[in-house]
Design a protein around this ligand. Structure first.
Ligand code: NAD
Ligand code: LMR
Length: 348
């Protein structure tokens, strides 16, 4: 069975204390920096990272409130160290937090309110991601970077262009974190078929907005889970609109934060394990890709290694309907990618 937090349950203790020695060599230090750490995602994500023995040093960065969040988390009796950095008052904050980082996770930016699309966030979040990734290019050019800030379909190409401008671009190292789409899909399929979500793996390919979110129901593991046409249509619609479901339910106070923190933590742990040399680490993420001819970025199944994407395993065998969904997503993806690339060119 798939266990997202295997270290929590394993061994004699029921909590992560004392399990550090179970993972990789004890001298493999992993420093993770969270940019946007005081926010709705940033805080619970930082908590989950603090609980894991996979993370040795945790750097928390935000415009404000980070020192309090860091002080609070630092009292938790796990082995990692926590340090807070506030960019508003400290011009060295980005340099000091990013230097030496192996992994940088970026949930900085504004979330949606009801009635908004993810693309409506572009005007604010494009510059946030551009500026933070520029700092990464300068202070930790070799780090693996996970972008959460929306619209992912554009902010990941922005991150790529920024790294290119600084001559440190490595397409294997920049990830748009789409894990929440997989987490939700597992949950919804489990609910529908009365199964344990931990046993289910639903691949989701494409991008992270509306019809670019493409669940591949024909490749669900374990095999043999069948849907009527009506079930499949409703399931796909719910997965594609799940972010909006949360935005509506939160009624103006933000978008998914807790489930996203869980999804991002799970993804970050995969990166940590890969960095520590653990084999067979597979994830889905929105990355630079030539899997679909006309697109520079696409989410598909990836083998992750010490240097990021070790192999892009592509989309597998899609049914005719799934291939149609990919074809229907191409125009939106293309536009979002171009918008991001143009934004960086204009602001260079
Ligand atoms: P939030 O407003 O609660 O938190 C964002 C934090 O970023 C704030 O603390 C803010 O101070 C900080 N910030 C803004 N600009 C910054 C900068 N230049 N440097 C450092 N910190 C900065 O928002 P949230 O709910 O945490 O959502 C964050 C982003 O994540 C949004 O864009 C949202 O759309 C996106 N999101 C993505 C997914 C996904 O699946 N990829 C899921 C949920 C949310
Ligand atoms: C999500 O899928 O929950 C995020 O992309 C946030 C949003 O705006 O929907």
């Amino acid at each position: 069975a798939f266990q997202p937090f295997p270290t929590f349950a394993r061994g004699n203790d029921e909590w992560p204390r004392g399990h550090a020695r179970n993972y990789g060599s004890s001298d493999t230090c992993v420093q993770v920096t969270v940019l946007g750490a005081s926010g709705g995602i940033g805080q619970p994500l930082s908590l989950l990272l603090k609980l894991s023995p996979l993370v040795s040093k945790l750097h928390l960065v935000d415009i404000k409130h980070t020192l309090g969040v860091a002080a609070d988390l630092s009292h938790i009796d796990t082995t990692s160290t926590v340090k807070g950095f506030t960019t508003e008052k400290d011009e060295k904050a980005l340099e000091q937090s990013l230097t030496g980082s192996h992994i940088v996770i970026i949930p900085a930016g504004v979330p949606r309110k009801p009635g908004m699309s993810r693309d409506d966030l572009f005007n604010i979040n494009a510059s946030v991601v551009r500026d933070l990734v520029t700092a990464c290019a300068c202070f930790c050019p070799k780090a693996l970077i996970g972008v959460i800030s929306n619209p992912i379909n554009s902010t990941v190409p922005i991150a790529a262009e920024v790294m290119k401008l600084s001559n440190v671009y490595d397409p294997k190292k920049i990830f748009g974190i789409t894990s929440l789409d997989l987490v939700r899909s597992n949950t919804f399929v489990a609910e529908l078929k009365n199964l344990d979500p931990a046993d289910i793996e639903v691949p989701v390919i494409g991008g992270h907005a509306g019809k670019t979110i493409i669940p591949v129901l024909s490749q669900i593991k374990p095999s043999g889970i069948c849907f009527t046409d009506d079930e499949a249509a409703k399931l796909i619609h719910r997965i594609q609109e799940a972010g909006t479901e949360v935005v509506k339910a939160k009624a103006g106070t933000g978008s998914a934060t807790l489930s996203m923190a869980y999804a991002a933590a799970r993804f970050t742990f995969s990166l940590c394990k890969a960095l520590k040399g653990e084999p067979n680490i597979y994830e889905w993420a929105y990355v630079a890709s030539n899997i679909v001819d006309c697109l520079s970025h696409f989410s598909s199944k990836l083998l992750i290694g010490k240097d990021g994407v070790a192999e892009n395993l592509g989309n597998g065998d899609l049914t005719k309907k799934e291939q149609e969904m990919v074809n229907n997503a191409l125009e939106d993806l293309q536009k979002s990618i171009e918008k991001g690339v143009e934004f960086v060119k204009k602001s260079a």
